[in-house]
Design a protein around this ligand. Structure first.
Ligand code: GLY
Length: 304
């Protein structure tokens, strides 16, 4: 069995290609990396990679994380400004015993030493968005616009699993702000014995529930990926509601070592893509208190 799942509509092409790679016996790690890069490279996806959402100073600073489910090794980069594909740097850092999570200049110097492509990640569009916001002419973008991180989980023919995530984080974020995405257990977690999970949404909330670890932990105790996503999310939402807070903007995906998948969200509509040995890659959707169902592109207009 092989399977791959990714958050948002923006993951569809990467998941489609990733499924082809897995079918041709590629490893889970290579597949996840390629699928995340696919989204990072597209400037029209405003919250990931090239052309991502700028911070308060108008810089596009990116976070990425990667986890190998066999070794439980993790790698990640935080606030990188010139690494064309942050997920590639995270993947390379994942092989290290120490210094596997690097931020800012250290991460950029690592990428340079490894010969990774560097470029200016700002686009005219991302700069225009920032200029409008600082001049008070913005379209009232909230820091969290309803979608952010591309997360990809894969299972290969050999039973190996991997997880990768990449994001620019919040629009107009404070300099130095770190979200959930580069943090193992929060933005992603992967153990080939039990499954993988990843989160998208407001990092400050996701961190409070260590949501990705919580979902994998539920799978370790026998939950299906769907039940694990639902229970992990419900636990945090119930707690937030008991604290008189809103339920927030959080979505979770999960994949089991048998190729079953799950997804859960607090949003009215959360699209994601999935493909496996049994199922061609396609879009699915779920919503708060709604079941997972197949989706068509035209149902998801205006969403990345
Ligand atoms: N989930 C991405 C972030 O909050 O930065």
């Amino acid at each position: 069995m092989y399977a791959i799942i990714g958050t948002w509509k923006m993951s569809l092409e990467g998941v489609w290609k990733g499924r082809e790679m897995l079918k041709n016996c590629a490893g889970a790690g290579d597949t996840v990396t390629q699928a995340v890069m696919q989204a990072e490279d597209q400037p029209e996806f405003h919250s990931v990679g090239y052309g991502g959402l700028p911070d308060r100073e108008g810089r596009v600073t990116l976070d990425a994380g990667f986890m190998d489910g066999d070794s439980l090794r993790v790698g990640g980069v935080i606030s990188v400004e010139h690494i064309k594909n942050p997920i590639l740097a995270a993947r390379l850092l994942c092989g290290r015993e120490t210094n596997c999570l690097l931020s800012g200049r250290g991460a950029e110097e690592f990428a340079l030493r490894k010969g990774l492509p560097l470029c200016d990640m700002r686009t005219q569009d991302s700069m225009e968005r920032w200029r409008q916001e600082v001049n008070g002419l913005g379209a009232n973008f909230s820091p969290y616009e309803g979608h952010d991180t591309v997360c990809v989980l894969a299972l290969d023919h050999g039973g190996h699993m991997a997880a990768g995530v990449s994001t620019s984080g919040l629009f107009m974020k404070e300099i130095g702000r770190v979200g959930d995405s580069p943090l193992a257990g929060c933005g992603f977690f992967c153990d080939s014995r039990y499954g993988a999970a990843a989160a998208t949404g407001l990092g400050e909330d996701i961190m409070r529930g260590c949501l990705s670890y919580e979902a994998v932990s539920l799978m370790r105790r026998g939950a299906s990926p769907q039940d694990a996503c639902r229970e992990a999310l419900k636990g945090l939402v119930d707690r937030k509601l008991s604290l008189k807070e809103s339920k927030g903007s959080i979505s979770l995906i999960a994949l089991s070592p048998r190729g079953e998948f799950g997804a859960s969200t607090t949003l009215p509509l959360f699209p994601f893509s999935f493909g496996s040995g049994d199922h061609p890659a396609r879009l699915y959707r779920t919503g708060w208190d709604q079941p997972v169902q197949a989706a068509r592109e035209e149902d998801l207009k205006g969403l990345d």
